[in-house]
Ligand binder design. Structure first.
Ligand code: ARG
Length: 259
């Protein structure tokens, strides 16, 4: 009898200890740990998002910006790599909270997801091989081969060129490689990305930009439709513009801040 009582007491004490520690500790942790902001991106879009050779780190203007936004919201930023055309489905299915991917704000996308206020003004350009003297603008692309990244506004623009043979690729590394190999005549891509590609070595030996910027496009951060975070992201963006943090990030990647 004594033995049974002793065992029972020991058991009850053990249970209490486990419950006490687990419960108490857990609560404390939950209160201290910042919420996670799950960010999706497609990192072949330098200088907005890219991974340095041999590195898994996410680098670039958008990456600095979203980390600054996370700090502002007191959230822990976790970035995942996915296909550009997978970002909106991932937002809608709840696999990520935001997409930071140089995503242009378009009426179609605004129907599918929430988009933040614009944080960068860009636009599309045509890129051709350096020795190509025949193509001087988008008007010379009829019936030509054009490579683009799948799901982008560049791909949409290429699809409107009469009789063009459009090749869609998952990454911009492949998009530019196809041009280098002369598998296509041109690339349609965002101007700051084309400029960076020409300036940083990768493209300057074989490529050049021709013609004018096709149309202005503004980048926004996208979220699931009616996300409660949309307002908070816009507020954070505004705060970062006010406190000079946005300008700092802008200058780091593009030189003197645009006014
Ligand atoms: N601005 C273009 C668009 O919205 C291209 C974006 C591509 N972004 C990327 N991370 N690969 O369609």
């Amino acid at each position: 009898m004594k033995k049974v009582l002793f065992l029972l007491t020991a058991l009850v004490m053990a249970v209490m200890m486990v419950a006490g520690c687990g419960g108490g500790g857990g609560e404390k942790k939950a209160a201290e740990a910042p919420k996670v902001l799950r960010v999706g991106t497609e990192p072949t879009f330098a200088p907005f998002e890219f991974q340095k050779e041999g590195s898994k780190e996410f680098d670039g203007f958008d990456m600095d910006l979203i980390r600054a936004i996370g700090k502002q919201l007191n959230m822990k930023v976790e970035i995942q790599n996915m296909g550009f055309d997978a970002l909106i489905p991932a937002l809608n299915s709840g696999n990520i909270d935001v997409a930071a991917a140089g995503m242009s704000i378009t009426p179609d996308r605004q129907k599918a997801v929430d988009m933040s206020d614009p944080y960068y003004v860009a636009g599309l350009v045509v890129v051709v091989n350096k020795d190509n003297e025949a193509i001087k603008s988008i008007n010379d692309l009829n019936g030509k081969g054009i490579s683009v990244q799948i799901g982008t506004t560049g791909a949409e623009r290429a699809a409107k060129v009469p009789d063009a043979k459009v090749k869609n690729f998952n990454t911009n590394a492949e998009v530019f490689l196809e041009l280098k190999n002369k598998g296509v005549d041109a690339v349609i891509i965002d101007k700051p990305v084309a400029e960076y590609f020409l300036a940083t070595g990768g493209g300057k030996d074989f490529a050049k930009i021709v013609g004018d910027t096709l149309e202005a496009e503004s980048f926004g951060i996208s979220l699931k439709k009616n996300s409660p975070l949309t307002k908070e992201i816009n507020k954070a963006l505004l705060d970062l513009k006010k406190n000079g943090e946005y300008d700092k990030i802008y200058t780091k990647w593009f030189g003197a801040a645009k006014k």
